[in-house]
Design a protein around this ligand. Structure first.
Ligand code: NDP
Length: 455
């Protein structure tokens, strides 16, 4: 692109962002997510005027609707609590709204708008017919009993059920919403509607869940890295890796890396990170699963249990030396300084299991250093892809085998990678996956929006 055009694209991006910030005050994460997309889309849009004339960017950054509701519930001591909850239905041009639910005290409408916006592009990349949405509440499940979580989920679904459905909007899990919560939510929906339908994914295997859904996001992120590394004729085996987070995504990212022969050094939670001296073994992984999935414990316990595990309170793992980096905890956990430190320490590939874990400075550092950098909307799309496969199985009233779903997941991650290469190749051997994912996702959604007329 000529220097003139680059300058025009930058000026247009800045002007567009002024409008976004003005229309959405107090939602910095939404501004950040939109900026990251628009920055890479603007040159493409300038080169394809039909998108510009139809105000596609303006339409895609305005949700179809946002449902906001109160959740009133009672704790074990009989005390009444009131939480806020939302469902952001961002865009359904290519399929029913689809995206997870997050229960975390930090959740605001702005958080969910950023996640729903990302979800639109991610879902389009999967090649499955899914629109984008996201929901959740500022409820903190930490320290709550099973009964309290159940009562909260029942109250939450009582507020939400009239706005969702198998052909309307299909939620799933996210931070703070795992198998236990999805089951309570599904149960309450059935009770309220008398319908057994695939209106939520991540269900238990005996009531409509899909094999591999629990593992899908973590496994998919590693499959994506395999595709990235294959571009340079190298593999995962024998490479050192650092993972952040120790929830659903992180655990199955570690598992797949371990099975492929990588040396995984770290995981983290909000209290700090642990380093396993010579890398995770099956024994470390089994303990981590039991600690986090069954007991909902803290990582400090892992350091107490194993003599080769060290805990670093209040720290993130980005100072460690590794070739492969997997941020799998939460948004903006990796800033510019951390990114540059990782590059200096020899990182060759970064794949985001989490949504928007790297801030804009961090992304710039990875791209400037020509590190292979897979943004979340491409790298972690395996979760929603298998959710899409769960919807298909529910509609067919069929259940596929673990092998079948895993193979389809691998195929989908390879197709996502191909789209990133198609739209993100710079012609000199470097793939800008950020540009590739944004343009690839945009084209599919934008063409569908245009075809269906003004709305
Ligand atoms: P979980 O709730 O299972 O785990 C979240 C992990 O991140 C925990 O280890 C948690 O630590 C840590 N964490 C959360 N918030 C913070 C914070 N503010 N600071 C430090 N650590 C934090 O969530 P998931 O594994 O499901 O999700 C992780 C990320 O992956 C999110 O960005 C999510 O949007 C994304 N994602 C998830 C998908 C899925 O299928 N589950 C699909 C695609 C993306 P602690 O327990 O101490 O809070």
């Amino acid at each position: 692109m000529s220097e003139d055009l680059t300058q025009v694209a930058k000026t247009r991006t800045d002007k567009f962002m002024e409008g976004v910030i003005w229309r959405n005050p107090g939602q910095p994460e939404f501004h950040q997510a939109v900026h990251e997309v628009v920055e890479w889309l603007m040159p493409f849009i300038l080169a394809n005027p039909r998108y510009q004339e139809s105000k596609l960017l303006e339409r895609l950054t305005e949700p179809d609707r946002v449902v906001s509701f109160r959740v009133t519930w009672e704790d074990d001591a009989g005390q009444v609590h009131v939480n806020r909850a939302w469902r952001v239905q961002m865009n359904n041009a290519i399929g029913a709204y689809k995206g997870g639910l997050r229960f975390h005290p930090s959740v605001t409408e702005g958080t969910l708008k950023f996640l729903a916006f990302e979800q639109v592009f991610k879902n389009a990349l999967t090649t499955l017919p899914m629109g984008g949405g996201k929901g959740g509440s500022n409820f903190n499940p930490k320290g709550r009993s099973d009964r309290e979580v159940m009562r909260f989920c029942q109250a939450f679904m009582t507020g939400l059920y009239r706005f969702i459905g198998a052909n309307v909007d299909v939620p799933a899990g996210d931070i703070g919403v795992g198998g236990r919560e999805v089951s309570y939510l599904f149960g309450q929906y059935r009770r309220l509607t008398n319908q057994f339908e695939g209106m939520i994914t991540g269900k238990g295997l005996s009531f409509g869940g899909s094999p591999i859904r629990t593992e899908a996001t973590g496994y998919g992120t590693v499959y994506f890295v395999q595709n990235m590394l294959a571009e340079r004729d190298i593999g995962v085996e024998g490479r050192t890796a650092i993972v952040s987070g120790s929830g659903n995504v992180a655990i199955y990212c570690v598992e797949k890396l371990l099975h492929l022969g990588a040396k995984v050094l770290t995981v983290s939670d909000s209290g700090g990170y642990v380093r396993v001296k010579d890398g995770f073994t099956e024994e470390h992984l089994a303990y981590l699963k039991e600690l986090k999935e069954a007991r909902r414990g803290r990582l400090t316990e892992m350091a107490e249990k194993f003599s080769d595990v060290e805990h670093f309170a209040g720290q993130k793992p980005w100072g460690e030396t590794a070739e492969l980096v997997f941020p799998c905890a939460t948004q903006n956990e990796l800033d510019g300084a951390a990114a540059c430190q990782l590059v200096e320490n020899g990182a060759i590939a970064v794949a985001e299991g989490a949504n928007m874990p790297t801030d804009l400075d961090g992304i710039k550092c990875f791209l400037d250093s020509k590190v292979m950098y897979g943004p979340g909307k491409a790298a972690n799309a395996g979760g929603v892809a298998v959710s899409g496969l769960e919807q298909t199985q529910n509609a067919q009233r069929m259940s596929w085998s673990r092998e079948e779903v895993d193979k389809t997941l691998r195929d989908i991650m390879a197709k996502i990678h191909t789209q990133c290469v198609t739209y993100g190749h710079d012609g000199n051997g470097y793939v800008n996956y950020v540009k590739g994912a944004n343009v690839g996702g945009f084209v599919k959604v934008a063409d569908a929006v245009l075809a269906c007329g003004l709305m």
